[in-house]
Design a protein around this ligand. Structure first.
Ligand code: AMP
Ligand code: MG
Length: 324
């Protein structure tokens, strides 16, 4: 898919004027704003309905731009050499003179940085000439968007423009590693498997209580479709019709509807399909969604993290939207 230069120029102009532009990355679609503009950053929180204690990831074009905003130690440099551009976010000490709007970091003295690999994200960063705050382009708590149509459905009336880069090739958010202190911590499993990171900088601490709850703002219920979600399903329930999110070749019978994340049991394919399939089952009116067990290695850790939070008890604002 090619995007005309005129569209990129228009998107960059919107960003420089403080407006929001949704853009594709290899992980999910981001809701972009100029990270140096306090009003633009405020607009992100307002558009998403995001609690403002939940800091944003900032996207930069290259290592020089990252180094101007944060301090990278030896571990960060090794990870950057191996995984940037790519689906890795590093939380690093923020430079006082970085010029980043304080709400980006929710007032913390650390900042989450990523160099994305998607060609359209890179072209947009180059054209805008600013670091871009870019959380996932969905209403807070909802399933992340992996196509431009998903963004339009959730936030279409809140953005100046949506750049369409087709379906996101990874399909899961970035892995977040905390490097502001020792030891390095896995704050969110994601598109780069933790094993690959540990091979370079040693064991990552998994904060007690599960990785999901330790990063500020890592809310327990998240990525939630409208229908309730049941995990590790190996057979249908007797008392209610469920749609099944299957994985692998052996699919149990008796479900109202079946969508497979990967018929061959491939975790990368499953990651690419996860959010789109959850949405599809919702749109098709699933009363409830059952999910087959997914292995926990490689991308399976991130897939299971998202599923666990899709299945978590929901705050009242989301519960109210659940169909009876
Ligand atoms: P999202 O932008 O929706 O992919 O979420 C980004 C996540 O990054 C947030 O939920 C935060 O928990 C995490 N994050 C961002 N900045 C920081 C930071 N300075 N320290 C720790 N976690 C962060
Ligand atoms: Mg998000």
């Amino acid at each position: 898919m090619t995007t005309p230069d005129s569209e990129l120029a228009a998107a960059a102009a919107h960003l420089r004027a403080g407006r929001l532009v949704a853009f594709p990355t290899e992980t999910v679609y981001g809701l972009g704003a100029d990270a140096t503009n306090p009003a633009a950053v405020a607009a992100i929180y307002a558009a998403k309905g995001r609690p403002d204690f939940n800091p944003l990831i900032v996207h930069v074009p290259d290592l020089a731009a990252a180094g101007a905003i944060a301090r990278l130690d030896g571990r960060a440099e090794r990870l950057a050499a191996a995984f940037w551009p790519g689906a890795l976010t590093m939380v690093l000490p923020l430079r006082e003179d970085a010029g980043i709007a304080p709400r980006v970091t929710a007032g913390l003295d650390t900042i989450a940085l990523r160099i994305p690999a998607h060609p359209l994200a890179r072209a947009l960063l180059a054209a805008a000439g600013r670091p871009l705050a870019g959380p996932s382009a969905n209403p807070s708590g909802r399933v992340s968007p992996t196509t431009a149509a998903h963004v339009r459905d959730g936030l279409g009336d809140k953005v100046a423009m949506i750049l369409d880069g087709g379906a996101c090739p990874v399909g899961l958010e970035s892995t977040i590693v905390g490097l502001a202190g020792e030891p390095a911590r896995l704050l969110r499993p994601g598109g780069v498997p933790a094993e690959a990171i540990e091979a370079l900088i040693g064991r990552l601490e998994r904060p007690a209580g599960g990785v999901a709850v330790s990063a500020p703002g890592m809310l327990e219920s998240h990525y939630a479709p409208t229908a309730p979600v049941r995990l590790d399903a190996t057979a249908p329930l007797a008392d209610r019709p469920e749609s099944l999110l299957a994985f692998g070749p052996a699919v149990p019978a008796g479900f109202a509807r079946v969508l497979s994340l990967s018929p061959s049991g491939d975790l990368e394919e499953a990651a690419r399909n996860l959010f789109a399939h959850l949405r599809r089952l919702d749109e098709d009116g699933a009363a409830a969604i059952a999910v087959m067990p997914i292995p926990g290695h490689g991308l399976g850790a991130a897939i299971n993290d998202r599923l666990r939070r899709a299945a978590a008890p929901r705050p009242r604002t989301i519960q109210n939207q659940v169909q009876p």
